[in-house]
Design a protein around this ligand. Structure first.
Ligand SMILES: CCC(=O)SCCNC(=O)CCNC(=O)[C@H](O)C(C)(C)COP(=O)(O)OP(=O)(O)OC[C@H]1O[C@@H](n2cnc3c(N)ncnc32)[C@H](O)[C@@H]1OP(=O)(O)O
Length: 327
């Protein structure tokens, strides 16, 4: 039943959540399975597009696999921090079709990682990502296939942002086009001293389609988003910090960032937010996520339910027993 439940969650859409609710009640005959908590969690866990929107996951996967090259590599570490690497250095880490499929598979892995707490998304060879592979873009430039690719990437990046892990994009070199969009699918962005985030879409006769515009508005506000997209502005670390696109910069003093490689500095940066047991850190992300995505009343009810999963739990009991002081 558990597998069935997870698969079903993946197929649901936010807009059709009530239909899915009804379907599940009919198919399981068990109304109690879909209480308010489950339903609200479905809303923040499910994919955006399904067959209702003309989206056929298997069909688009096959089309994307016709454009191979590069990989998306996942390293899950004992520390509870995973590292996801966009790996296609000969094309400045541009996304081939098979890398889009890889990314979806790695997000799947992360959704099932119960011990996980943090995630760092980086590019190989000291640059982040130059967006979609222009060779693939040229080959699938008909509107129907473009829309399918767009829905596939929106589904995946939405699921990436909704992982119960605290995530950070480690931006070295360039994050262009879809690469800039990818940075917005993380909770935080850290910029190396020479790095640039640039929504170059306008120069390509495009607008973001991987959900980057909607997320950008949430991060920097509509005024700044309009400037970044309308001007295709180059965001360096200074501008990034000023407008709130960047949450930190690398290459400061050793005391501040712990020194070492950019990846080690990013691990040091994120470590302060993920100290503690995985269920507690995951609960932190869930309450913030529900506050970000649900209406206030739904978010409040979800917060109460998530609270119920940690109240009286091992970490809570241990803290009470140790009479900790918060000085
Ligand atoms: C979702 C919408 C989108 O993402 S649309 C795609 C938006 N991205 C772009 O337009 C990036 C275009 N590329 C560039 O501006 C430059 O290549 C950048 C990234 C600034 C790097 O410049 P530079 O350091 O001089 O290196 P280069 O141009 O010689 O590139 C090295 C090799 O990488 C390739 N490359 C780069 N980006 C892409 C890409 N997006 N798709 C496919 N290939 C790409 C270049 O063509 C070059 O390859 P080659 O060595 O000439 O075979």
């Amino acid at each position: 039943m558990h597998i069935y439940w997870l698969k079903w969650i993946a197929q649901c859409t936010i807009t059709h959540i009530s239909d899915c609710h009804k379907q599940l009640q009919e198919s399981s005959g068990n109304v109690h399975m879909v209480d308010g908590f489950s339903l609200r969690l479905l809303q923040i866990q499910s994919s955006l597009y399904t067959s209702v929107h003309g989206f056929n996951q298997e069909e688009i996967r096959e089309k994307l696999l016709a454009f191979p090259g590069g990989s998306i590599d996942l390293l899950k570490q004992d520390s509870g921090i995973a590292v996801l690497t966009i790996n296609n250095p000969s094309r400045m880490n541009a996304f081939s079709g098979s890398m889009m499929v890889d990314l979806e598979e790695q997000v799947n892995q992360l959704e099932n990682w119960t011990e996980g707490k943090g995630l760092i998304v980086q590019g190989a060879a000291e640059t982040f990502c130059s967006g979609s592979d222009l060779n693939a873009v040229r080959a699938i430039s008909n509107p129907q296939d473009g829309m399918k690719m767009c829905m596939f990437m929106q589904n995946t990046l939405t699921r990436l942002l909704r992982l119960p892990l605290i995530s950070v994009a480690l931006v070295e070199g360039r994050a262009l086009g879809g690469g800039a969009e990818l940075t917005t699918a993380c909770d935080f962005r850290l910029m190396a001293s020479d790095s640039v985030i640039q929504f170059v879409h306008k120069h390509m006769g495009l607008v973001p389609g991987w959900g980057g515009a909607a997320r950008l508005v949430h991060i920097v506000g509509s005024q700044n988003a309009l400037k970044l997209l309308g001007g295709a502005l180059k965001v360096d670390p200074k501008l990034g910090l000023q407008i709130g696109l960047a949450d930190g910069t690398l290459g400061g003093s050793q005391a501040e960032d712990g020194g070492g490689t950019p990846l080690q500095q990013a691990e040091h940066w994120i470590s302060r937010y993920i100290k503690g047991p995985a269920p507690v850190i995951q609960a932190v992300k869930k309450v913030v996520l529900s506050g970000r995505e649900l209406s206030l009343s739904e978010a409040l009810r979800t917060e109460k339910d998530v609270f119920g999963t940690v109240w009286g739990g091992p970490a809570n009991m241990q803290a009470l027993a140790s009479k900790s002081k918060h000085k």
